[in-house]
Ligand binder design. Structure first.
Ligand code: UDP
Length: 365
C-alpha cells in the first residue's frame, strides 16, 4: 500500500446488469473501510439495464465510465483492456475486484494481472461445464489469475479444488442473495408491478431469456418462441435488448407482441422484477441470477438450458432444466414444488464476509 494512504484503495470493475446488482450488495459495506473506485466499462449502456440499477439500489455513481459497449465479445474486450490498463497504472490500487463471468470480469482480471495488482473474484468457482458458453471461459480464466476467490457455494469450492485452486479460496455465500433478502419486503411494499398489470399472485408466469446460446441461433430462438406460445398461463416477458434485436431481425417480435397471453415488455427495474418473481406461479429463465433468486423467494424455476452452475437449486427440487423443449417445460409446470427449501447461499451475510477478508488482505485499519 502507498505510504500516503490511510485506507487501502480498491478498484471495482462492473459493466452489466447482474454486476450492478452484486456490487450494490458489496460497495456500501466495503466503503466503510476502504476507498473504492468504481469503474463502469459500459458493457451494458442502455438506461433500462444500467442507470435504473444505480438509482434504485443506491449503488454509488461510477467514478470512471469506459464506454466500451457494443460489438462482439472480443471487440468489447479489446476496447476495455487499454482503458483499464491506463486506469490501473494511474490509480495503483491495492486490489482490483471483479464479479461474475462477463467480458468486464475478464478484462478487469487481465488488467490487474498485467499491472501486478492483487485480484479478487466474487462468484469464483461457478462452472456449467459447457465450454460453448462464453461466460464459462471468462469464469475459468478469471479464477486462475485471482488471489482471492470468493465462492457462493460448497460446489464452487469443490470445482476450484478439482482445478488445483485452493489458496485464497473462501466460502462466503452469495452477494445476490444478500441484496435479495434485504430487498424482498421493500419490493413487496414499494412496487406496483402486479397492480399495474392487473395480475394476481400465482396466476401468471415470468420469463427472461438472453443467453447467446438461446437467442443468437435462429433455430433455438424459434424454439423459444414456440415454447412461449404454448405456455398454459399468461406470461410477463421483460425482454433483454439482445433478445429484442434478434427477434426483430427474424420478424418474430411482432408475432409475440400479438399473442394475447404474452406481455412483452422492456427490462424491468430490480424491485418490480423481484416482486413479479416472488408472486409468479413459476419463472422460466436462462439467467444465472434469476435461478438463485427464484429459489430464495420460493418460486419454482424452469431453466431454459441443459446445464446450470446453480446445481443446488436443482438438487433441492426447485429448479428443473428443460432446455427449450416445450414438452419438458409443460410437464415441469404441472409438478408441485417440494415442501422444504434448505438454506443456501449464505443467509444474507456474504458481503460482510467479503469485506472482512478484503480488509485483512489489504491491511485496512
Ligand atoms: N433483473 C431485473 N430486471 C429484469 C430482469 C432481471 O432487475 O427485467 C435482475 C434480476 O433480479 C437479477 C439480475 O437482473 O438480479 C440478473 O441479471 P441477468 O439475468 O441479466 O444476468 P445473469 O444472472 O444471467 O448473468
Amino acid at each position: 500500500m502507498s505510504e500516503r494512504r490511510s485506507r487501502p484503495r480498491v478498484v471495482t470493475v462492473v459493466g452489466n446488469r447482474p454486476q450492478f446488482v452484486k456490487a450494490a450488495a458489496v460497495s456500501r459495506l466495503l466503503r466503510e473501510r476502504v476507498d473504492e473506485v468504481l469503474v463502469h466499462t459500459g458493457q451494458h449502456y442502455d438506461a433500462e439495464l444500467s442507470d435504473v440499477f444505480f438509482d434504485e439500489l443506491d449503488l454509488p455513481a461510477p467514478d470512471h465510465y469506459l464506454g466500451a459497449g457494443g460489438g462482439s465479445n472480443l471487440e468489447q474486450l479489446a476496447r476495455m483492456l487499454p482503458s483499464l490498463e491506463a486506469l490501473v497504472a494511474d490509480l495503483a490500487p491495492d486490489l482490483l475486484l471483479v464479479y461474475g463471468d462477463t467480458n468486464s470480469t475478464l478484462a478487469g482480471a487481465l488488467a490487474a494481472r498485467a499491472g501486478g495488482i492483487a485480484l479478487a473474484h466474487v462468484e469464483a468457482g461457478m462452472r456449467s461445464f459447457d465450454r460453448a458458453m462464453p461466460e464459462e471461459t471468462n469464469r475459468v480464466l478469471t479464477d486462475h489469475v485471482s488471489d482471492l476467490l470468493f465462492c457462493s457455494t460448497e460446489t464452487a469450492v469443490e470445482n476450484l479444488a478439482r482445478e488445483g485452486l485452493r489458496l485464497g479460496v473462501h466460502l462466503v455465500g452469495d452477494v445476490m442473495a444478500d441484496l435479495l433478502l434485504a430487498s424482498a419486503d421493500r419490493a413487496e411494499s414499494c412496487s406496483r408491478a402486479l397492480e399495474e398489470r392487473s395480475l394476481e399472485p400465482q396466476r401468471y408466469l415470468l420469463v427472461t431469456a438472453h443467453r447467446a446460446g438461446n437467442v443468437d441461433d435462429e433455430h433455438r430462438l424459434r424454439a423459444l418462441v414456440e415454447l412461449l406460445e404454448s405456455l398454459p398461463l399468461p406470461a410477463v416477458v421483460p425482454l433483454h435488448p439482445r433478445t429484442r434485436t434478434r427477434l426483430a431481425r427474424l420478424g418474430l417480435a411482432e408475432r409475440l407482441a400479438q399473442n394475447p397471453h404474452l406481455r412483452i415488455e422492456p427490462p424491468l427495474g430490480y424491485l418490480d422484477f423481484i416482486r413479479l418473481l416472488r408472486n409468479a406461479r413459476a419463472v422460466l429463465t436462462d439467467s444465472g441470477g434469476v435461478q438463485k433468486e427464484a429459489y430464495l423467494l420460493g418460486t419454482p424455476c424452469l431453466t431454459l438450458r441443459e446445464r446450470t452452475e446453480w446445481v443446488e437449486t436443482v438438487a433441492a427440487g426447485w429448479n428443473t432444466l428443460v432446455g427449450l423443449d416445450r414438452d419438458r417445460a409443460l410437464a415441469a409446470l404441472q409438478r408441485r414444488p417440494p415442501a422444504t427449501r434448505p438454506e443456501l447461499y449464505g443467509g444474507g451475510r456474504a458481503a460482510e464476509r467479503i469485506r472482512e477478508i478484503i480488509c485483512a488482505y489489504t491491511g485496512a485499519p
